[in-house]
Design a protein around this ligand. Structure first.
Ligand code: PGA
Length: 250
């Protein structure tokens, strides 16, 4: 009933030329039906060049960040409407690298989510605990707290557009993936939180991705978990071969 969604987060990698090459290679090897959704999130500078290649394909375009204002004197920022204009359907919000290196707060993530949604973008909202938080046994309250804060003021009807990505910080770019069982436990905790906020029907419909060292050799076990509805893939999305294998999970 939930359509799994696999998204590639290219982070600060790929020139325009490299991005176009990667997308061409992906499209050349892609063989999926409508049983899953595929998204690529190149850097801002490559969005416009990549967009025409994706029109009419089963791959959607996403961005990695957005500002919460519609327009204005905000040097260096990108408005939600600009992402729509360039063909984005999704936008990643509140990635742990944004929180960690650029000071993004739960309140800021919430503002971005509202602004993105109002512009017609589908937010992929990232949450996740650090290693010390996990070791202290605080992972679940921290993560479900981030979910509640991010969704403040978001109505049940709008939840259809929202994707949540659970990305334990200690698993990002480290090769150290959460075990499928640990990931499943957190996804279930997130879904229970959604049920408290919005009721069961909405909670059952929201897609929750796992992210953090997703690779060709762990994707199948992760996707076999009942509450894991996809993946947000960093490093392994930068090469066509590995991302294709992940997209073609079994
Ligand atoms: P990784 O990154 O797959 O390289 O761990 C995931 C992410 O940060 O979205």
């Amino acid at each position: 009933m939930r359509t799994p969604i696999i998204a590639g987060n290219w982070k600060m990698y790929k020139t325009v030329g490299e991005a176009v090459e990667l997308v061409k290679a992906l499209l050349g090897g892609l063989n999926v039906g409508n049983d899953r959704e595929v998204v690529v999130c190149p850097p801002f500078t490559a969005l416009y060049a990549v967009r025409p290649l994706l029109v009419g394909t089963s791959v959607a375009l996403g961005a990695q960040n957005v500002y919460h204002e519609r327009e204005g004197a905000y040097t260096g920022e990108i408005a939600p409407g600009m992402l729509v204009d360039v063909g984005c359907k999704y936008v990643i919000i509140g990635h742990s690298e944004r929180r960690q290196y650029f000071g993004e707060s739960d309140a800021g993530v919430n503002r971005k989510l509202h602004a993105a949604r109002a512009a017609g973008l589908r937010p992929i909202v990232c949450v996740g605990e650090s290693k010390p938080q996990r070791d202290a046994g605080e992972a679940e309250p921290i993560v479900t707290g981030q979910v509640r804060a991010a969704l403040e003021g978001v109505s049940a009807e709008h939840m259809a557009d929202v994707v949540i990505a659970y990305e334990p910080i200690w698993a990002i770019g480290t090769g150290d993936t959460a075990t499928p069982a640990d990931a499943q436990a957190m996804h279930l905790a997130i879904r229970r939180t959604l049920a408290e906020l919005y009721g069961d029907a909405v909670a059952q419909a929201v897609r929750i991705q796992y992210g953090g060292s997703v690779k060709p050799d762990n994707i199948d076990d992760l996707m076999a978990q009942p509450d894991i509805d996809g993946a947000l893939v960093g490093g392994a999305s930068l090469k066509a071969e590995s991302f294709l294998r992940i997209v073609h999970y079994r």
